[in-house]
Every structure is written in structure tokens, then in C-alpha cells.
Write a protein that binds this ligand. Structure first.
Ligand SMILES: *Cc1c(COP(=O)(O)O)cnc(C)c1O
Length: 391
């Protein structure tokens, strides 16, 4: 039987689930040109506005002059260079953990950590709304894999009672499509009481949350015992690329020895680590970015609530507007685009069925005027959408 790709693609189209890649013609920022059209964008994860920061760019340029471009080899062969090592030490200090290990992407960091810690005969328990990379990691590990109800310590506890072998509990710190925080103190307590380890992936918390940008760990004051495995990504609020796992010396040594997604891949370009070192410095020191971002979040929420839009329980830069069906979410997003504003529609399977949404993300690079333009466009697009449905 030949592969029947065309009917698979046609089905996808018919279900309003077909995806396309908008073509960005310039650096990240609030005002972008996408597919030739100038738009005001609210969809990147550059929460602190560091992806196009002149000092971060300069650090990358200086880094390439000194270290060249390619990493050249895996970390265990001869690809582990000075900037990688310095960044790991800085990230350990930043997270208050004994050590940190650098990865090229968050997806790989998650595959690495989960598969190195659990395998056949063990158990991995995950929040059902965890990021796809965490769910994939759980499946790949070969451990008994089960999902507990979203952010529900009681549901976790009942699954822990049936767990076998080493047990890893895995949660997003900030849920990437909802913007709410995991109830980590409660989850950590349940996990500890049953002898399980908690792994927190705080891709969206590092940067925006905590007085110094330390994410949910800083927000909740999580110790190494509360969250023995702490993951952060560098392509979001850090504005660069890569990810890290922070934890005990033994955890990091275990990953270096056993984590295949760490061992069998080329190190990231050293200059990217130079850029991240600069981004980390700005992220910690320039708390005005967080203050400004929080003011924008408040401004957006009160404006959107006044319009009668359905927001979620989030005080983070992720501010989804719940719409319901996929075709309605697409229509809303298309109407906004006609008004010059870009907000992506997020549809199943990325989110549960009938919970398609517009995922608004705010950044410290936005101004109050930008948020007001978004609110004005939302008002118009929303009334157009309601008009077509009643007609
Ligand atoms: C984005 C994201 C990742 C993946 O990180 P990349 O560096 O983009 O591969 C992992 N976990 C969560 C929760 C994310 O939002």
C-alpha cells in the first residue's frame, strides 16, 4: 500500500486543523511584517523583550569572533567550551541549585531528564495539560505512564498509591496554553509524602515570575527537595536559544552519563551561550521589565473583561481568550488580522477539544498604546464575529 498522504492532509483541512507557518520578515518585536503585511503581534514568547536587545546581539557577535560558529562536537567529545561551562555555572547560581546542565532545546532537555530518570518498571505521572515534550518524554521512557487531572493534587495522590518503582511526577510550572500556575507546593508535598520526585518545567515562568525572574521556584520559594528536577528554556524570556536542567550534583552527573538526548547531539554554538549570559544578566537586573509587563497584563485583563471576553485564570503574560470551536477561533484571528493585529488561534490537539482559543502573549517590548490597539481591534473583531453568527 502506498502512503496516502493527500487524504490525510485533506481530512486535516476539512477539520479546520490545517496549520500554516506565517513568514516573519524581520526580528521579533511588537511591530512585525508577516507574509508581507505589517502587523502588531501578540504571539511570541519573548516576554521580556530580550530577543532583539542590542547588548544581547553584541554579546553574540563578540562570541562568534572569539569562539567561531559551530559547537563542533558533542559535549562529551570536544564540544563543551568555555561559554557553555560559564553559562551552566551562572544558571546554577541563578536557580540556587548546586548545578545546571545546558541543552540545545527545551524539547531535548525534557526528553533527556525523563528518560534518564525512569524506565521500564518505573512510573511517570504527568499533568494532563503538560507540554507535548513532557508527554512525549514520558511515553519514550518506557515507564508506566499516566496523566492526572489538571493541577489536582488529590488525583495525583490516588495515582501515586498505585505507582511502581522509581516515580517521577512531572508538571509545567506555568501552563503554556492556559497561563495558570501549577499548585507546586501542594504537588510537591504529595510527591514527597509518597517518595516520588517532582520535575518542574518552568519554560514560561523564568523571566516574568519572581522578583529576580527566578520563575515559579522563586515565586513559591521551592527548595531542592520540593522540586529536585527544575527545567528552564532559553528561547522564551531569555530571548536566545537552548534550555537547562538544574538540580543536585548527582542529578547532573546522571544526565551526563545516561541521557541519550544529551550525549548524542552537537553542543549549541558557544556564542549563543555568550548571548544567554548577557540575557541572564539583564533578566535578573532589569526588574523594570517585569514591572512594565505586569502593568500591561493588568491593562489587558481589565480591558478584555470590559468587552465581555472570556479570559482564563492567569496573571502571567499568557492571556488566552477562550473561544470554543476551531473554526470560530480561526475566524476571530482572521478578523483581528484585518484590523492589523496578529494573535494566533490555538486549536486541538494542542489544547483539548472545544477549547480553541486566541493565545495572547504580552511582552515588556509592548507599550500601553500597543495594548490599547489590541483592545480596540478585539472590540471590533468580536462584534463582527457575533454579527455573522446571528445573521
Ligand atoms: C516551549 C516549551 C518547551 C520547549 O522548549 P524549546 O526550547 O522551544 O524546545 C518545553 N516545555 C514547555 C512548557 C514549553 O513551553
Amino acid at each position: 500500500m502506498p502512503f496516502d498522504l493527500s487524504s490525510r492532509l485533506a481530512e486535516r483541512r476539512a477539520a479546520h486543523l490545517y496549520r500554516q507557518r506565517p513568514l516573519l520578515e524581520g526580528p521579533q518585536g511588537p511591530e512585525v511584517i508577516v507574509d508581507g503585511q505589517p502587523l502588531l503581534a501578540f504571539c511570541n514568547n519573548d516576554y521580556l523583550g530580550l530577543a532583539n536587545h542590542p547588548e544581547v546581539i553584541a554579546a553574540l557577535q563578540t562570541g562568534t569572533k572569539r569562539w567561531g560558529v559551530g559547537g563542533g562536537a558533542s559535549h562529551l567529545v570536544i564540544g563543551h567550551s568555555g561559554p557553555h561551562h560559564a553559562l551552566e555555572e551562572a544558571l546554577a547560581a541563578f536557580t540556587g541549585r548546586p548545578r545546571a546542565l545546558l541543552f540545545s532545546t527545551g524539547y531535548m532537555a525534557n526528553l533527556a531528564a525523563v528518560t534518564a530518570l525512569v524506565g521500564r518498571g518505573d512510573t511517570v505521572l504527568e499533568d494532563r495539560l503538560n507540554h507535548a515534550s513532557l508527554l512525549d518524554a514520558g511515553l519514550l521512557s518506557g515507564a508506566r505512564f499516566s496523566r492526572y487531572l489538571h493541577n489536582d493534587p488529590a488525583s495525583l495522590a490516588s495515582r501515586l498509591d498505585k505507582a511502581e518503582g522509581n516515580t517521577l511526577v512531572v508538571t509545567d510550572g506555568v501552563f503554556s496554553m492556559d497561563g495558570n500556575l501549577a499548585d507546586i507546593p501542594a504537588l510537591a508535598q504529595v510527591a514527597r509524602s509518597k517518595g516520588a520526585w517532582l520535575m518542574v518545567d518552568d519554560a514560561h515562568g523564568f523571566g516574568p515570575l519572581g522578583l529576580k525572574g527566578g520563575g515559579v521556584a522563586e515565586h513559591f520559594g521551592l527548595s531542592l527537595d520540593d522540586a529536585p528536577v527544575l527545567v528552564g528554556t532559553l528561547g522564551k524570556a531569555f530571548g536566545t536559544a537552548g534550555a537547562f536542567v538544574a538540580g543536585s550534583d548527582e542529578l547532573i552527573e546522571t544526565l551526563i552519563q545516561f541521557a541519550r538526548p544529551y550525549i548524542y547531539t552537537t553542543s549549541q554554538p558557544p556564542a549563543v551561550a555568550c548571548a544567554t549570559l548577557k540575557a541572564l544578566e539583564l533578566l535578573e537586573a532589569e526588574s523594570w521589565r517585569r514591572d512594565h509587563l505586569n502593568a500591561l497584563i493588568q491593562r489587558f485583563r481589565s480591558g478584555a473583561q470590559a468587552l465581555g471576553l472570556s479570559l482564563m485564570d492567569s496573571f502571567t503574560p499568557i492571556q488566552p481568550i477562550l473561544v470554543g470551536s476551531s473554526d470560530r477561533a480561526l475566524a476571530f484571528s482572521a478578523a483581528l488580522k484585518r484590523h492589523g493585529v496578529l494573535v494566533t488561534a490555538i486549536r486541538p490537539p494542542t489544547v483539548p477539544n472545544n477549547s480553541a482559543r486566541l493565545r495572547v502573549t504580552l511582552s515588556a517590548a509592548h507599550s500601553e498604546q500597543h495594548v490599547d490597539r489590541l483592545l480596540a481591534a478585539l472590540a471590533e473583531a468580536w462584534s463582527e464575529l457575533k454579527g455573522t453568527e446571528h445573521a
